[in-house]
Each structure stands twice: as C-alpha cells, then as structure tokens.
Design a binder for this molecule. Structure first.
Ligand code: PLP
Length: 370
C-alpha cells in the first residue's frame, strides 16, 4: 500500500523550480476541459499573446512547447539546422554544451566557442570564430548560464552574427522574467525558455518564439525535421493558423498554471520585476559576503537571480546543504560539472525572490554557525 502524497513544505532557493504563487497552484486545480474545446482554444490564444508580451516581441510564431526547457532547446535546433550546416555554439557552462550535443545530433558542423566556466563570451571571441567560419547558419548562446550564474551580454554578438548573414538563437531559461530580455530590440531569431524559474510556474513547459527571418529558414528546409513531435511545420497549426488541428493533447492543467503565472508577471510589470530581482540580489550579496561567501562570477556579468558562491573555507558544502534542507526546509543548489562540490547556486527567482526568503536563508546559516 502507498501512503497519501505528502511532501515537505520546502522553501525553494535552488536553480529551479522556484516557489509557486498560490494563485498558480489554484489555477492548476481548475476542472479539466478538452484541449480542443473553444474555451481552451481561447486560453491558448491568451497564453500566446502573453508569451509575446513577456518576450517583448511581435513574432507571430510564438507558442509553448508541451515539454521542459530542454525540449525548447531541441525545438529550435532540430528545426533550424540541417545536416552539413555550419553552426557556432557558445559554451561557458553545462547548457551551451547541451546545445552543441543536440546540434551534432542534427548532423550540423559545430564550431564551438569555449571559454572558462563563470566567464562570458566576448565579441572578440565571435570575430575570431567568424574568421574561420564566415557564413554560419546560426549562432547559439545561453543568456543566463544556470550552471555558473553568468549573464551573457547579447546585443553586440547579435550584430556580428547578423552581419555574417546568420541567425541568433538564445537560451533564456533562467533569464526570462527575471532580468532584462528584449527579443525584437536585440534581434533574437529563435528563443526558448522554461516555466520553473523566474516565471514561478510548475516545470514542464517551454515558451518559444521565432522571428520572420527564422520562419523563412524553416520554410526553405530541404530535409524533413527528424523529430515528429517538435516539427514546427506540424505543431504550429495547433497553436495558431486558420483552423486548429489536433497535433498532440496539450497538458491542460499546466497551461492553466502558465496562464496565471503570466498574468501575475504582467500585473507586476516586466521592468518592475527585473528591478525587484536586482534589489533582492543586492541585499543577499551583502549578507552572504558578511558570512564569508565569495562570488564565482565577476560583478558586471553576475546574474542577480542565480547566485553562485564559494562557501567560507573549511565547510563541507554537501553537509551544510543537507542540514539546510532537512532541518530548515530550505533548498539551495549544489555545483554542476567542474563546480560540483565546490559552490552553491542560490536562486532568488520569481516568487522566491523576496526579502523574506533572503532573511530565512541567512538566519538559518547564522543559526547553524552557533
Ligand atoms: N537551459 C538552461 C540555462 C537551464 O538552466 C535549464 C534547466 O535548468 C535548461 C536549459 C533545461 O531546462 P529543463 O530542465 O526544463 O529541461
């Protein structure tokens, strides 16, 4: 026999998911309706418009992939790349590496720009790779590298790739609704995100958007997209077009939750939300540094919402992280890859980005020192 589901009431301050607003949890418990019910079609239309608003884009092809952020990443790459295409992938952490892996599986010729984890890619790095690969189809980068807490500047690199005739693809999983992100102004051609970070919705969905330039590339493909589920030429009719056609069964309850979380973001206002993340970060930073934590990333490239820090000397990060979880119900993230066992990743995202959250974490840490 299995017991009734009964999880602890955690305070989520890791790299995601973040705490969800009660309104979002309530929306999830709304009774199910059919995914082709006219009422649900209206909900999909509203979600699509709110996705455009939060990406700050007029892109017609904006919708939500029914799967997590990694599926958004895969959607962009499998649709835009064909075997033999040259692609530039910027790698400064785990997620750039994942993009390179997917691009290789698409049969593309991958030109990697790799820099040390915790740093960002410079325009000079891009000029150098363009000397060797002058006509790439696409350049892909991670706006907010969750494995390190680095925030990648985009605008100058966008100009470089467009001057070379290529498309710009951006991973905005951790930046979306937490730091400044302007799809149209920055010339982003393909973008994907996740719902479980600064949007504070449950994980499992991936809003995406494609510029008209990217749509032209899709229309001129010579080969079939190797993934049926992610093929935009099929799924786009489900989210738009003259007549809605069945493609798959949308995760109705998750879309309810996403709709509510987008409403909350737009009520607050994007710019206010970006400012809130910065303000709470400043307070967290001061308090962490007082306790002897050191930041991994140089100040000017630091993500406010994902704080990667070395612990004060002599502390076993794994032991302290377990005490925080088990005795204080607070989740923070450990390091990934090269930083495994070395750093913490403290998320202050969306609903988890409050002075209360900072105070709860700092009090717990002070308490443990005593
Ligand atoms: N890209 C970045 C920057 C991420 O942080 C993550 C997840 O943490 C992903 C992609 C993959 O998203 P998901 O875990 O929802 O598949």
């Amino acid at each position: 026999m299995y017991s009734e589901l009964n999880t602890s009431n955690r305070i989520l301050m890791g790299p995601g998911p973040s705490d969800a607003h009660p309104r979002v949890l309530k929306a999830m418990s709304t009774p199910l309706i059919g995914h082709l019910d006219p009422q649900f079609v209206t909900i999909m239309d509203e979600v699509k418009t709110m996705v455009q608003d939060t990406f700050i884009t007029k892109n017609h092809l904006s919708f939500v992939v029914s799967a997590p952020g990694s599926a958004g990443m895969e959607t962009c790459l499998v649709n835009l790349l064909e075997p033999g295409d040259d692609v530039i992938i910027c790698i400064n952490g785990v997620f750039g590496g994942r993009m390179a892996d997917i691009a290789e599986r698409c049969g593309a010729i991958v030109h990697k720009v790799e820099v040390a984890w915790g740093t960002v890619i410079s325009p000079e790095d891009i000029r150098k790779v363009l000397d060797k690969c002058p006509k790439p189809k696409l350049l892909a980068l991670v706006h907010a590298e969750t494995s390190t807490g680095a925030l990648q500047p985009i605008k100058e690199i966008s100009d470089l790739i467009h001057n070379a005739g290529g498309l710009l693809m951006v991973d905005a999983v951790t930046s979306y609704c937490g730091v400044e992100l302007r799809v149209d102004d920055w010339g982003i051609d393909a973008i994907y995100t996740g719902t479980q970070k600064c949007l504070s919705a449950p994980p499992g969905l991936s809003p995406v958007s494609f510029s008209d330039r990217a749509v032209k590339v899709l229309e001129n493909r010579k080969t079939k997209v190797q993934s049926w589920f992610l093929d935009l030429s099929l799924v786009k009719n489900y989210w738009g077009g003259e007549k809605r056609a069945y493609h798959h069964t949308a995760p109705v309850s998750s879309i309810y939750a996403l709709r509510e979380s987008l409403r909350i973001v737009l009520e607050e206002g994007l710019e206010n939300r970006w400012k809130r993340h910065q303000r709470v970060h400043e307070v967290l930073k001061t308090k962490l540094e007082k306790l002897g934590f050191r930041y991994l990333v140089e100040e000017q490239y630091r993500l406010p919402n994902l704080n990667s820090v070395f612990l004060p000397d002599g502390n076993d990060e794994n032991v302290i992280r377990s005490i925080l979880l088990n005795d204080y119900n607070i989740e923070v993230g450990g390091g990934l890859g090269a930083f495994s066992g070395k750093i913490w990743r403290i998320g202050i995202m969306g609903e988890s980005c409050t002075f209360n959250h900072v105070n709860m974490l700092i009090s717990a840490l002070e308490d443990m020192k005593e």
